[in-house]
Design a protein around this ligand. Structure first.
Ligand SMILES: [Zn+2]
Length: 566
Protein backbone atom coordinates (compact mmCIF):
# COMPACT_ATOMS: atom_id res chain seq x y z
CA UNK A 1 0.00 0.00 0.00
CA UNK A 2 2.84 2.38 -0.61
CA UNK A 3 2.34 3.56 -4.15
CA UNK A 4 4.27 6.74 -4.97
CA UNK A 5 2.26 9.84 -4.31
CA UNK A 6 1.65 11.41 -7.73
CA UNK A 7 0.62 14.79 -6.37
CA UNK A 8 3.47 15.18 -3.90
CA UNK A 9 5.11 17.81 -6.08
CA UNK A 10 2.11 20.11 -5.74
CA UNK A 11 2.49 20.72 -2.08
CA UNK A 12 4.21 23.68 -0.60
CA UNK A 13 7.44 22.21 0.64
CA UNK A 14 7.94 24.44 3.62
CA UNK A 15 6.59 27.31 5.64
CA UNK A 16 4.14 27.21 8.54
CA UNK A 17 1.22 24.83 8.74
CA UNK A 18 -2.28 26.01 7.87
CA UNK A 19 -3.77 23.85 10.60
CA UNK A 20 -2.41 22.25 13.76
CA UNK A 21 -4.38 19.72 15.79
CA UNK A 22 -2.59 19.44 19.14
CA UNK A 23 -2.95 17.85 22.58
CA UNK A 24 -5.02 14.94 21.32
CA UNK A 25 -5.13 11.17 21.02
CA UNK A 26 -4.27 10.69 17.36
CA UNK A 27 -4.89 7.14 16.19
CA UNK A 28 -2.97 6.97 12.94
CA UNK A 29 -4.06 3.59 11.49
CA UNK A 30 -0.59 3.39 9.95
CA UNK A 31 0.97 -0.04 9.51
CA UNK A 32 2.19 -0.10 13.12
CA UNK A 33 -1.10 1.34 14.43
CA UNK A 34 0.86 4.06 16.18
CA UNK A 35 -0.52 6.81 18.37
CA UNK A 36 0.50 10.44 18.22
CA UNK A 37 -0.47 13.67 19.92
CA UNK A 38 -0.56 16.20 17.09
CA UNK A 39 -1.04 16.59 13.35
CA UNK A 40 0.12 19.45 11.13
CA UNK A 41 -1.54 20.24 7.80
CA UNK A 42 -0.31 22.40 4.94
CA UNK A 43 -1.95 22.89 1.54
CA UNK A 44 -4.41 20.08 2.19
CA UNK A 45 -1.84 17.49 3.16
CA UNK A 46 -0.48 16.08 6.38
CA UNK A 47 3.05 17.43 6.86
CA UNK A 48 3.83 16.20 10.37
CA UNK A 49 2.53 13.63 12.83
CA UNK A 50 4.02 13.39 16.29
CA UNK A 51 4.08 15.05 19.67
CA UNK A 52 3.05 18.64 20.34
CA UNK A 53 6.76 19.46 20.47
CA UNK A 54 7.36 17.82 17.11
CA UNK A 55 4.89 20.13 15.36
CA UNK A 56 5.62 23.30 17.34
CA UNK A 57 8.13 24.54 14.76
CA UNK A 58 5.39 24.54 12.12
CA UNK A 59 3.27 27.01 14.03
CA UNK A 60 3.08 30.38 12.28
CA UNK A 61 1.13 33.56 12.86
CA UNK A 62 -1.59 32.44 10.44
CA UNK A 63 -1.78 28.81 11.57
CA UNK A 64 -5.14 27.71 12.95
CA UNK A 65 -4.50 25.78 16.14
CA UNK A 66 -7.13 23.40 17.50
CA UNK A 67 -6.59 22.27 21.09
CA UNK A 68 -8.04 18.78 21.12
CA UNK A 69 -7.95 18.56 24.93
CA UNK A 70 -7.52 14.80 24.75
CA UNK A 71 -10.11 14.19 22.07
CA UNK A 72 -9.42 11.52 19.47
CA UNK A 73 -8.37 12.05 15.86
CA UNK A 74 -8.87 9.30 13.30
CA UNK A 75 -8.44 9.19 9.53
CA UNK A 76 -11.69 10.30 7.89
CA UNK A 77 -14.04 7.33 7.71
CA UNK A 78 -14.74 5.87 4.26
CA UNK A 79 -18.06 4.21 3.57
CA UNK A 80 -17.55 1.41 1.05
CA UNK A 81 -21.27 0.95 0.22
CA UNK A 82 -23.67 3.85 0.53
CA UNK A 83 -26.43 5.61 -1.41
CA UNK A 84 -26.03 9.24 -0.32
CA UNK A 85 -27.78 10.83 -3.29
CA UNK A 86 -30.92 8.69 -3.04
CA UNK A 87 -30.87 9.22 0.73
CA UNK A 88 -30.45 12.95 0.31
CA UNK A 89 -33.31 13.15 -2.22
CA UNK A 90 -35.56 11.24 0.20
CA UNK A 91 -34.50 13.42 3.13
CA UNK A 92 -35.60 16.47 1.20
CA UNK A 93 -38.99 14.80 0.59
CA UNK A 94 -41.29 13.02 3.04
CA UNK A 95 -38.62 11.38 5.18
CA UNK A 96 -39.63 8.67 7.64
CA UNK A 97 -36.11 7.65 8.65
CA UNK A 98 -36.15 9.47 11.96
CA UNK A 99 -39.78 8.62 12.73
CA UNK A 100 -40.73 5.64 14.87
CA UNK A 101 -43.92 3.57 14.73
CA UNK A 102 -47.03 3.24 12.57
CA UNK A 103 -48.99 6.11 14.10
CA UNK A 104 -46.06 8.47 13.90
CA UNK A 105 -45.55 7.51 10.24
CA UNK A 106 -49.15 8.42 9.39
CA UNK A 107 -48.84 11.71 11.25
CA UNK A 108 -45.57 12.57 9.52
CA UNK A 109 -46.96 11.79 6.07
CA UNK A 110 -50.09 13.86 6.77
CA UNK A 111 -48.00 16.80 7.96
CA UNK A 112 -45.82 16.60 4.85
CA UNK A 113 -48.84 16.37 2.50
CA UNK A 114 -50.51 19.34 4.20
CA UNK A 115 -47.32 21.38 3.88
CA UNK A 116 -46.88 20.51 0.18
CA UNK A 117 -50.32 20.91 -1.42
CA UNK A 118 -48.80 21.46 -4.89
CA UNK A 119 -46.81 18.23 -5.11
CA UNK A 120 -48.57 15.79 -7.44
CA UNK A 121 -47.11 12.76 -5.65
CA UNK A 122 -46.15 12.17 -2.06
CA UNK A 123 -42.68 10.62 -2.27
CA UNK A 124 -39.90 9.91 0.19
CA UNK A 125 -39.95 6.88 2.46
CA UNK A 126 -37.77 5.16 5.03
CA UNK A 127 -40.27 3.28 7.22
CA UNK A 128 -39.23 0.18 9.14
CA UNK A 129 -40.94 -3.17 8.55
CA UNK A 130 -41.15 -4.04 12.22
CA UNK A 131 -43.56 -1.16 12.83
CA UNK A 132 -46.32 -3.14 11.11
CA UNK A 133 -47.83 -6.59 11.61
CA UNK A 134 -46.10 -8.91 9.10
CA UNK A 135 -44.01 -5.94 7.92
CA UNK A 136 -46.81 -4.87 5.54
CA UNK A 137 -48.60 -1.53 6.05
CA UNK A 138 -51.98 -1.07 4.33
CA UNK A 139 -53.19 1.39 1.71
CA UNK A 140 -56.17 2.16 3.95
CA UNK A 141 -53.88 3.43 6.66
CA UNK A 142 -51.96 5.61 4.21
CA UNK A 143 -55.25 6.95 2.81
CA UNK A 144 -55.86 8.54 6.21
CA UNK A 145 -52.82 10.72 5.58
CA UNK A 146 -53.07 11.17 1.79
CA UNK A 147 -56.56 10.64 0.39
CA UNK A 148 -56.26 12.94 -2.63
CA UNK A 149 -53.00 12.11 -4.43
CA UNK A 150 -50.86 9.08 -5.14
CA UNK A 151 -48.26 8.23 -2.49
CA UNK A 152 -45.28 5.91 -3.02
CA UNK A 153 -43.08 5.32 0.03
CA UNK A 154 -40.36 2.64 -0.05
CA UNK A 155 -39.22 1.16 3.24
CA UNK A 156 -35.73 1.77 4.52
CA UNK A 157 -34.16 -1.18 2.74
CA UNK A 158 -35.89 -0.34 -0.54
CA UNK A 159 -37.24 -3.86 -1.01
CA UNK A 160 -40.92 -3.05 -0.37
CA UNK A 161 -43.05 0.04 -0.92
CA UNK A 162 -46.13 1.36 0.85
CA UNK A 163 -48.71 2.83 -1.54
CA UNK A 164 -52.12 4.40 -1.05
CA UNK A 165 -55.38 3.70 -2.89
CA UNK A 166 -54.88 6.61 -5.30
CA UNK A 167 -51.54 5.11 -6.41
CA UNK A 168 -53.04 1.64 -6.89
CA UNK A 169 -55.92 3.15 -8.89
CA UNK A 170 -53.61 5.22 -11.07
CA UNK A 171 -51.43 2.18 -11.78
CA UNK A 172 -54.47 -0.01 -12.48
CA UNK A 173 -53.41 -2.55 -9.85
CA UNK A 174 -56.48 -4.62 -8.91
CA UNK A 175 -57.32 -8.07 -7.60
CA UNK A 176 -56.89 -9.29 -11.20
CA UNK A 177 -53.30 -8.01 -11.53
CA UNK A 178 -50.92 -11.00 -11.44
CA UNK A 179 -47.72 -10.90 -9.41
CA UNK A 180 -44.74 -10.07 -11.63
CA UNK A 181 -41.98 -12.69 -11.92
CA UNK A 182 -39.60 -10.69 -9.74
CA UNK A 183 -41.93 -9.53 -7.00
CA UNK A 184 -45.19 -9.92 -5.11
CA UNK A 185 -48.30 -7.84 -4.48
CA UNK A 186 -49.29 -8.17 -0.85
CA UNK A 187 -53.02 -9.04 -0.76
CA UNK A 188 -55.82 -9.06 1.78
CA UNK A 189 -57.51 -12.37 2.62
CA UNK A 190 -60.06 -11.67 -0.12
CA UNK A 191 -57.41 -11.08 -2.77
CA UNK A 192 -57.44 -7.29 -3.01
CA UNK A 193 -54.10 -5.44 -3.25
CA UNK A 194 -53.37 -4.57 0.35
CA UNK A 195 -51.02 -1.62 -0.04
CA UNK A 196 -47.50 -3.11 0.19
CA UNK A 197 -45.60 -4.03 -2.97
CA UNK A 198 -42.50 -6.24 -2.70
CA UNK A 199 -39.36 -6.16 -4.85
CA UNK A 200 -40.18 -5.98 -8.58
CA UNK A 201 -43.88 -5.38 -7.87
CA UNK A 202 -42.91 -1.91 -6.70
CA UNK A 203 -42.35 -0.95 -10.34
CA UNK A 204 -46.08 -1.33 -11.06
CA UNK A 205 -46.43 2.03 -9.35
CA UNK A 206 -42.84 3.27 -9.43
CA UNK A 207 -42.79 3.48 -13.25
CA UNK A 208 -45.36 6.30 -12.96
CA UNK A 209 -43.42 8.26 -10.34
CA UNK A 210 -41.77 11.38 -11.74
CA UNK A 211 -37.98 10.90 -11.72
CA UNK A 212 -35.96 13.33 -9.64
CA UNK A 213 -34.79 16.22 -11.78
CA UNK A 214 -31.09 16.90 -12.30
CA UNK A 215 -31.44 19.75 -9.84
CA UNK A 216 -33.01 17.46 -7.20
CA UNK A 217 -30.23 14.89 -7.70
CA UNK A 218 -27.60 17.56 -7.09
CA UNK A 219 -29.47 18.89 -4.05
CA UNK A 220 -29.76 15.30 -2.85
CA UNK A 221 -26.02 14.75 -3.25
CA UNK A 222 -25.19 17.91 -1.32
CA UNK A 223 -27.64 16.99 1.45
CA UNK A 224 -26.33 13.42 1.60
CA UNK A 225 -22.75 14.64 1.64
CA UNK A 226 -23.54 17.12 4.41
CA UNK A 227 -24.90 14.25 6.54
CA UNK A 228 -21.91 12.02 5.82
CA UNK A 229 -19.42 14.75 6.68
CA UNK A 230 -21.27 15.29 9.97
CA UNK A 231 -20.47 11.64 10.79
CA UNK A 232 -16.77 11.97 10.00
CA UNK A 233 -17.03 10.41 6.53
CA UNK A 234 -14.67 11.99 4.01
CA UNK A 235 -14.94 9.60 1.03
CA UNK A 236 -17.25 6.83 -0.01
CA UNK A 237 -18.28 4.40 -2.71
CA UNK A 238 -21.73 5.16 -4.07
CA UNK A 239 -23.17 1.69 -4.56
CA UNK A 240 -25.43 2.63 -7.49
CA UNK A 241 -24.52 5.31 -10.01
CA UNK A 242 -26.70 5.54 -13.10
CA UNK A 243 -27.68 7.98 -15.81
CA UNK A 244 -31.44 7.95 -15.29
CA UNK A 245 -34.20 6.75 -13.00
CA UNK A 246 -34.19 6.86 -9.23
CA UNK A 247 -30.38 6.49 -9.16
CA UNK A 248 -29.70 8.82 -12.08
CA UNK A 249 -27.01 10.60 -10.09
CA UNK A 250 -23.96 10.47 -12.37
CA UNK A 251 -24.38 14.04 -13.63
CA UNK A 252 -24.84 15.29 -10.07
CA UNK A 253 -21.48 13.80 -9.07
CA UNK A 254 -19.75 15.14 -12.16
CA UNK A 255 -21.18 18.61 -11.51
CA UNK A 256 -20.25 18.58 -7.81
CA UNK A 257 -16.79 17.24 -8.58
CA UNK A 258 -16.17 19.82 -11.28
CA UNK A 259 -16.93 22.82 -9.10
CA UNK A 260 -13.60 22.56 -7.34
CA UNK A 261 -14.59 21.99 -3.72
CA UNK A 262 -12.65 19.08 -2.27
CA UNK A 263 -15.76 17.08 -1.41
CA UNK A 264 -18.18 15.17 -3.59
CA UNK A 265 -17.37 11.56 -3.28
CA UNK A 266 -14.81 8.96 -4.04
CA UNK A 267 -15.86 6.13 -6.27
CA UNK A 268 -19.12 5.53 -8.12
CA UNK A 269 -20.26 1.98 -8.86
CA UNK A 270 -22.00 2.27 -12.20
CA UNK A 271 -25.14 0.15 -12.37
CA UNK A 272 -24.89 -2.93 -14.62
CA UNK A 273 -28.27 -3.22 -16.21
CA UNK A 274 -28.45 -7.05 -16.37
CA UNK A 275 -28.80 -7.34 -20.13
CA UNK A 276 -29.72 -10.76 -21.48
CA UNK A 277 -26.31 -12.45 -21.71
CA UNK A 278 -23.23 -10.38 -21.08
CA UNK A 279 -24.30 -7.71 -23.53
CA UNK A 280 -22.23 -4.77 -24.67
CA UNK A 281 -20.15 -2.95 -22.09
CA UNK A 282 -19.63 0.17 -24.19
CA UNK A 283 -22.03 2.18 -22.02
CA UNK A 284 -19.95 1.44 -18.95
CA UNK A 285 -16.75 2.46 -20.67
CA UNK A 286 -18.39 5.68 -21.86
CA UNK A 287 -19.67 6.47 -18.35
CA UNK A 288 -16.27 5.86 -16.84
CA UNK A 289 -14.71 8.17 -19.42
CA UNK A 290 -16.91 11.04 -18.19
CA UNK A 291 -14.86 11.13 -15.00
CA UNK A 292 -12.90 11.85 -13.01
CA UNK A 293 -14.41 15.04 -11.70
CA UNK A 294 -12.71 16.41 -8.61
CA UNK A 295 -12.63 13.59 -6.08
CA UNK A 296 -15.15 11.47 -7.96
CA UNK A 297 -14.37 8.58 -10.33
CA UNK A 298 -17.05 6.29 -11.85
CA UNK A 299 -14.62 3.37 -12.07
CA UNK A 300 -16.52 0.57 -10.39
CA UNK A 301 -19.38 -1.53 -11.79
CA UNK A 302 -22.23 -2.67 -9.57
CA UNK A 303 -23.57 -6.15 -10.19
CA UNK A 304 -26.50 -7.19 -8.04
CA UNK A 305 -26.37 -10.96 -7.82
CA UNK A 306 -29.21 -11.70 -5.38
CA UNK A 307 -31.83 -10.13 -3.11
CA UNK A 308 -32.36 -10.28 0.65
CA UNK A 309 -33.21 -13.07 3.10
CA UNK A 310 -36.35 -11.54 4.60
CA UNK A 311 -38.35 -12.05 1.42
CA UNK A 312 -36.46 -15.17 0.33
CA UNK A 313 -34.81 -13.58 -2.70
CA UNK A 314 -31.23 -14.01 -1.39
CA UNK A 315 -29.57 -16.90 -3.25
CA UNK A 316 -28.98 -19.89 -0.96
CA UNK A 317 -27.41 -23.30 -1.65
CA UNK A 318 -30.04 -25.34 0.21
CA UNK A 319 -33.74 -24.38 0.27
CA UNK A 320 -35.15 -21.97 2.84
CA UNK A 321 -37.25 -23.49 5.61
CA UNK A 322 -40.93 -22.68 6.11
CA UNK A 323 -42.37 -21.37 9.38
CA UNK A 324 -42.65 -24.97 10.66
CA UNK A 325 -38.97 -25.61 9.98
CA UNK A 326 -39.63 -27.79 6.94
CA UNK A 327 -37.61 -27.34 3.73
CA UNK A 328 -39.38 -25.37 1.02
CA UNK A 329 -38.50 -25.39 -2.66
CA UNK A 330 -37.26 -21.82 -2.56
CA UNK A 331 -33.55 -21.16 -3.04
CA UNK A 332 -33.79 -17.46 -3.89
CA UNK A 333 -32.80 -15.75 -7.10
CA UNK A 334 -29.48 -15.50 -8.91
CA UNK A 335 -30.20 -12.33 -10.81
CA UNK A 336 -27.36 -13.11 -13.20
CA UNK A 337 -26.86 -16.61 -14.57
CA UNK A 338 -23.55 -17.80 -13.05
CA UNK A 339 -21.99 -18.51 -16.42
CA UNK A 340 -22.93 -15.06 -17.69
CA UNK A 341 -21.56 -13.59 -14.47
CA UNK A 342 -18.18 -15.27 -14.97
CA UNK A 343 -17.94 -13.94 -18.51
CA UNK A 344 -19.06 -10.44 -17.49
CA UNK A 345 -16.54 -10.21 -14.65
CA UNK A 346 -13.77 -11.56 -16.87
CA UNK A 347 -14.46 -8.81 -19.42
CA UNK A 348 -14.89 -6.02 -16.88
CA UNK A 349 -11.69 -7.06 -15.11
CA UNK A 350 -9.82 -7.05 -18.44
CA UNK A 351 -11.10 -3.51 -19.07
CA UNK A 352 -9.70 -2.36 -15.73
CA UNK A 353 -13.02 -1.97 -13.94
CA UNK A 354 -13.58 -2.86 -10.33
CA UNK A 355 -16.63 -5.07 -9.76
CA UNK A 356 -18.76 -4.25 -6.72
CA UNK A 357 -21.04 -7.22 -6.12
CA UNK A 358 -24.23 -7.28 -4.10
CA UNK A 359 -23.69 -10.83 -2.82
CA UNK A 360 -25.79 -11.50 0.24
CA UNK A 361 -26.38 -15.21 0.79
CA UNK A 362 -24.06 -18.16 0.37
CA UNK A 363 -24.90 -19.11 -3.21
CA UNK A 364 -24.51 -15.55 -4.46
CA UNK A 365 -21.22 -15.22 -2.55
CA UNK A 366 -19.95 -18.42 -4.16
CA UNK A 367 -21.07 -17.33 -7.63
CA UNK A 368 -19.34 -13.97 -7.21
CA UNK A 369 -16.11 -15.62 -6.00
CA UNK A 370 -16.30 -18.08 -8.91
CA UNK A 371 -16.57 -15.11 -11.27
CA UNK A 372 -13.51 -13.42 -9.75
CA UNK A 373 -11.67 -16.73 -10.02
CA UNK A 374 -12.57 -16.97 -13.71
CA UNK A 375 -11.26 -13.44 -14.24
CA UNK A 376 -8.00 -14.27 -12.43
CA UNK A 377 -7.53 -17.40 -14.50
CA UNK A 378 -8.12 -15.56 -17.78
CA UNK A 379 -6.47 -12.23 -17.05
CA UNK A 380 -3.90 -12.98 -14.37
CA UNK A 381 -3.55 -10.72 -11.37
CA UNK A 382 -5.19 -7.31 -11.65
CA UNK A 383 -5.54 -4.33 -9.38
CA UNK A 384 -9.32 -4.37 -9.71
CA UNK A 385 -9.89 -4.87 -5.98
CA UNK A 386 -13.24 -6.49 -6.66
CA UNK A 387 -15.39 -6.62 -3.56
CA UNK A 388 -18.44 -8.43 -2.27
CA UNK A 389 -20.90 -6.31 -0.34
CA UNK A 390 -23.29 -7.58 2.33
CA UNK A 391 -21.82 -11.11 2.74
CA UNK A 392 -24.60 -11.98 5.20
CA UNK A 393 -24.26 -15.74 4.78
CA UNK A 394 -20.90 -17.21 3.73
CA UNK A 395 -20.38 -20.96 3.40
CA UNK A 396 -17.35 -21.93 5.52
CA UNK A 397 -15.64 -23.47 2.47
CA UNK A 398 -15.58 -20.04 0.83
CA UNK A 399 -13.91 -18.14 3.69
CA UNK A 400 -10.30 -18.71 2.45
CA UNK A 401 -11.18 -17.79 -1.12
CA UNK A 402 -11.42 -14.06 -0.44
CA UNK A 403 -7.69 -13.88 0.26
CA UNK A 404 -6.74 -16.41 -2.40
CA UNK A 405 -8.55 -14.39 -5.06
CA UNK A 406 -7.78 -10.92 -3.73
CA UNK A 407 -11.50 -10.21 -3.35
CA UNK A 408 -12.33 -7.81 -0.53
CA UNK A 409 -15.13 -8.39 1.97
CA UNK A 410 -17.37 -5.32 2.20
CA UNK A 411 -19.27 -5.65 5.49
CA UNK A 412 -22.35 -3.78 6.70
CA UNK A 413 -21.89 -4.59 10.39
CA UNK A 414 -24.99 -2.89 11.79
CA UNK A 415 -26.99 -5.91 10.70
CA UNK A 416 -24.91 -8.38 12.73
CA UNK A 417 -27.04 -8.34 15.87
CA UNK A 418 -30.18 -9.85 17.35
CA UNK A 419 -33.19 -7.69 16.51
CA UNK A 420 -36.69 -8.46 15.29
CA UNK A 421 -35.82 -8.65 11.59
CA UNK A 422 -32.99 -11.08 12.32
CA UNK A 423 -34.74 -13.19 14.95
CA UNK A 424 -38.21 -13.39 13.43
CA UNK A 425 -37.73 -12.96 9.69
CA UNK A 426 -34.29 -14.52 9.09
CA UNK A 427 -32.94 -17.12 11.56
CA UNK A 428 -35.98 -19.47 11.49
CA UNK A 429 -35.96 -19.60 7.69
CA UNK A 430 -32.20 -20.12 7.30
CA UNK A 431 -32.18 -22.91 9.90
CA UNK A 432 -29.27 -24.80 11.46
CA UNK A 433 -26.38 -24.58 10.92
CA UNK A 434 -26.71 -21.96 8.22
CA UNK A 435 -27.87 -19.13 10.46
CA UNK A 436 -24.54 -19.37 12.29
CA UNK A 437 -22.67 -18.57 9.06
CA UNK A 438 -23.96 -15.01 9.17
CA UNK A 439 -21.66 -11.99 9.04
CA UNK A 440 -18.47 -14.02 9.69
CA UNK A 441 -16.23 -10.98 10.05
CA UNK A 442 -13.69 -12.47 12.45
CA UNK A 443 -13.47 -15.64 10.38
CA UNK A 444 -12.85 -13.64 7.23
CA UNK A 445 -10.07 -11.67 8.93
CA UNK A 446 -8.60 -14.91 10.31
CA UNK A 447 -8.53 -16.24 6.76
CA UNK A 448 -6.64 -13.17 5.59
CA UNK A 449 -9.46 -11.35 3.80
CA UNK A 450 -9.17 -7.62 3.24
CA UNK A 451 -12.09 -6.18 5.19
CA UNK A 452 -13.84 -2.94 4.21
CA UNK A 453 -16.97 -1.53 5.81
CA UNK A 454 -19.96 0.49 4.78
CA UNK A 455 -23.41 1.40 5.97
CA UNK A 456 -25.74 0.87 2.99
CA UNK A 457 -27.36 4.14 4.12
CA UNK A 458 -30.26 4.94 3.76
CA UNK A 459 -31.05 1.26 4.36
CA UNK A 460 -29.31 1.61 7.73
CA UNK A 461 -27.81 4.35 9.84
CA UNK A 462 -24.87 6.05 8.14
CA UNK A 463 -23.02 6.47 11.47
CA UNK A 464 -19.67 4.60 11.37
CA UNK A 465 -19.44 4.65 15.17
CA UNK A 466 -22.74 2.76 15.40
CA UNK A 467 -21.52 0.31 12.74
CA UNK A 468 -18.22 -0.18 14.56
CA UNK A 469 -20.11 -0.57 17.84
CA UNK A 470 -22.00 -3.56 16.45
CA UNK A 471 -18.92 -5.00 14.73
CA UNK A 472 -17.19 -5.05 18.14
CA UNK A 473 -20.14 -5.96 20.38
CA UNK A 474 -22.47 -7.85 18.01
CA UNK A 475 -25.35 -6.20 19.86
CA UNK A 476 -27.51 -3.23 18.89
CA UNK A 477 -26.55 -0.01 20.66
CA UNK A 478 -28.70 0.79 23.70
CA UNK A 479 -31.86 2.67 22.77
CA UNK A 480 -31.56 1.90 19.06
CA UNK A 481 -34.88 2.31 17.22
CA UNK A 482 -35.12 -1.35 16.26
CA UNK A 483 -37.22 -3.83 18.21
CA UNK A 484 -34.74 -5.90 20.21
CA UNK A 485 -36.07 -8.81 22.27
CA UNK A 486 -32.77 -10.27 23.40
CA UNK A 487 -29.50 -8.64 24.32
CA UNK A 488 -27.61 -11.87 23.72
CA UNK A 489 -24.40 -11.40 21.73
CA UNK A 490 -24.96 -12.47 18.13
CA UNK A 491 -22.44 -15.21 17.30
CA UNK A 492 -19.81 -14.00 19.78
CA UNK A 493 -16.88 -15.71 17.99
CA UNK A 494 -17.33 -13.28 15.13
CA UNK A 495 -16.79 -10.13 17.22
CA UNK A 496 -14.01 -7.90 15.97
CA UNK A 497 -11.54 -6.00 18.13
CA UNK A 498 -11.88 -2.23 17.91
CA UNK A 499 -8.59 -1.72 16.04
CA UNK A 500 -9.64 -4.12 13.29
CA UNK A 501 -13.08 -2.55 12.93
CA UNK A 502 -11.62 0.97 12.80
CA UNK A 503 -9.09 -0.14 10.20
CA UNK A 504 -11.86 -1.64 8.08
CA UNK A 505 -13.80 1.64 8.11
CA UNK A 506 -10.69 3.68 7.21
CA UNK A 507 -7.73 2.06 5.43
CA UNK A 508 -9.78 -1.01 4.43
CA UNK A 509 -12.44 1.01 2.65
CA UNK A 510 -9.75 3.31 1.25
CA UNK A 511 -8.15 0.21 -0.28
CA UNK A 512 -11.43 -0.77 -1.92
CA UNK A 513 -11.76 2.81 -3.16
CA UNK A 514 -8.20 2.74 -4.57
CA UNK A 515 -7.53 5.71 -2.29
CA UNK A 516 -5.16 4.06 0.19
CA UNK A 517 -2.08 5.76 -1.24
CA UNK A 518 -3.66 9.14 -0.51
CA UNK A 519 -5.98 8.58 2.46
CA UNK A 520 -7.12 6.03 5.03
CA UNK A 521 -4.35 6.68 7.57
CA UNK A 522 -2.70 9.67 9.20
CA UNK A 523 0.77 9.78 7.69
CA UNK A 524 2.99 12.49 6.32
CA UNK A 525 2.23 13.18 2.67
CA UNK A 526 -1.32 11.88 2.74
CA UNK A 527 -4.37 14.08 2.26
CA UNK A 528 -5.62 15.71 5.46
CA UNK A 529 -8.94 13.84 5.55
CA UNK A 530 -9.53 13.70 9.30
CA UNK A 531 -12.26 13.29 11.90
CA UNK A 532 -12.18 14.45 15.53
CA UNK A 533 -14.20 12.30 17.94
CA UNK A 534 -15.34 13.65 21.32
CA UNK A 535 -13.56 10.89 23.27
CA UNK A 536 -10.93 8.21 22.88
CA UNK A 537 -13.06 5.16 22.08
CA UNK A 538 -10.23 2.82 23.07
CA UNK A 539 -10.33 4.18 26.61
CA UNK A 540 -14.08 3.64 27.12
CA UNK A 541 -15.90 0.33 27.60
CA UNK A 542 -16.73 -1.31 24.23
CA UNK A 543 -20.47 -1.03 24.85
CA UNK A 544 -20.15 2.76 24.83
CA UNK A 545 -18.57 3.12 21.39
CA UNK A 546 -21.82 4.29 19.82
CA UNK A 547 -22.15 7.06 22.40
CA UNK A 548 -19.10 8.78 20.92
CA UNK A 549 -19.79 11.53 18.39
CA UNK A 550 -17.82 13.24 15.67
CA UNK A 551 -17.12 16.89 16.38
CA UNK A 552 -14.98 18.07 13.48
CA UNK A 553 -14.45 16.76 9.98
CA UNK A 554 -11.75 17.90 7.54
CA UNK A 555 -11.45 17.11 3.86
CA UNK A 556 -8.02 17.99 2.47
CA UNK A 557 -7.48 20.20 5.47
CA UNK A 558 -10.70 22.12 4.94
CA UNK A 559 -13.26 22.01 7.74
CA UNK A 560 -16.46 20.56 6.27
CA UNK A 561 -18.27 19.95 9.57
CA UNK A 562 -18.17 21.32 13.09
CA UNK A 563 -20.56 20.18 15.82
CA UNK A 564 -22.28 23.01 17.70
CA UNK A 565 -20.29 22.08 20.84
CA UNK A 566 -16.98 21.43 19.08
ZN1 LIG B 1 -26.98 -0.81 -1.16
Amino acid sequence: MSQPNPEADDRREDGPADLLLVNGAVYTVDAARRWAQAVAVRAGRIVAVGSDDDVAALRGAASEVVDLAGRMVVPGFQDAHVHPVAAGVDLLRCSLYDVDGAEAYVAAVRAYADAHPDEAWILGGGWAMDAFAGGTPSARLLDEAVPDRPAFLPNRDGHSAWVNSAALRLAGVTRDTPDPDDGRIERTSDGEPQGTLHEGAQSLVQRLVPEPTAEQQLEGLLEGQRRLHALGITAWQDAIVDVDGEFGNLDAYLAAGADGTPTGGGVGAVWWDRPPGVGPVGDLVERRARGPAGRFRPTSVKIMQDGVCENFTAAVLEPYLDDQGRPTRGTGISFVDPEVLREAVRRLDALGFQVHFHALAERAVREALDAVEAARRANGASDGRHHLAHIQVVHPDDLPRFRELGAAANAQPLWAAHEAQMDELTIPFLGEPRWTWQYPFRSLVRHGAMLAMGSDWAVSSADPLEEIHVAVNRRMPEGYPYRVDTHEVFLPDERLDLATALAAFTIGSAYVNHLDAQTGSIEEGKLADLAVIDRNVFAAPPDEISAATVQLTYVEGERVYAAPDA
